[in-house]
Design a protein around this ligand. Structure first.
Ligand code: BG6
Ligand code: MG
Length: 214
């Protein structure tokens, strides 16, 4: 794997866990609308954009729903406002020391590092956890038209760190993200909840294993 010259990290589920906050915020909206939404349902939203996540939540409704685009945007905004309140409670302690130390080691070894996330809250999360300066570039949901499994966010991140896609590794905890990395011609590294996903070309069992992986 000596051809790997740059590393792109997904955010949610890789650098830190925001699953619980997503779940609580979607659940609040679902409860208000009389939709049953479980933690298992929440797993289907991993790596999926906010509006696509809303469609999945709405599809769980037992009564048929006819909503205009404006109404859907209002619902997604309601969820995001609630989610942002949870994000405000994040602190640097929400990022494991192992993650911080590994990022620092990789940089010391000369790899440019980027974040490639579908989340439009990426910059806020990185700022709350004081992780922004650990990266050379950030590409997120605000920078793209097509969400994962489209490779757009990773191609953008690769361009920002000046590394050809075939020389980039992507660390992902979601099936959609592994597919995006593969479609972008990058090395897909399956981690955490996606570690056994067949779409991953390489498995990462422990975050710090990255130091000696490439
Ligand atoms: C991804 C999460 O990182 O971001 C998804 O895995 C989430 O669950 C998506 O839906 C969009 O997030 P946001 O912060 O833009 O609503
Ligand atoms: Mg993720």
């Amino acid at each position: 794997m000596s051809n790997i010259k740059g590393i792109i990290f997904d955010l949610d589920g890789v650098l830190l866990s925001t699953d619980r906050f997503h779940f609580l915020a979607w659940k609040k909206l679902a409860d208000r609308m009389g939709i049953t939404f479980t933690e298992k349902d929440n797993e289907r939203l991993r790596g999926v954009s906010r509006m696509e996540s809303l469609e999945i939540v709405l599809s769980l409704s037992e009564k048929p729903l006819t909503l205009s685009e404006e109404e859907k945007i209002a619902l997604a905004t309601e969820k995001n406002d609630c989610y942002r309140e949870y994000l405000k409670t994040l602190t640097p302690a929400d990022v494991a020391d192992e993650v911080r130390e590994t990022l620092a080691e990789l940089r010391k070894k000369g790899y440019p590092l980027a974040v490639g996330s579908s989340s439009k809250n990426t910059r806020f999360i990185l700022s709350q956890t004081e992780l922004t300066d650990a990266f050379d570039a950030i590409a997120d949901g605000n920078d793209i038209k097509n969400s994962k499994p489209d490779p757009e966010v990773f191609l953008k991140a690769a361009a920002l760190i000046g590394t050809a896609p075939e020389n980039c590794a992507v660390i992902e905890d979601a099936e959609a993200g592994l597919e995006a990395a593969n479609r972008g011609g990058m090395l897909s590294v399956a981690y955490a909840s996606a570690v056994d996903c067949p779409l991953g070309k390489v498995k990462l069992h422990k975050f710090s294993d990255l130091v000696n992986m490439f």
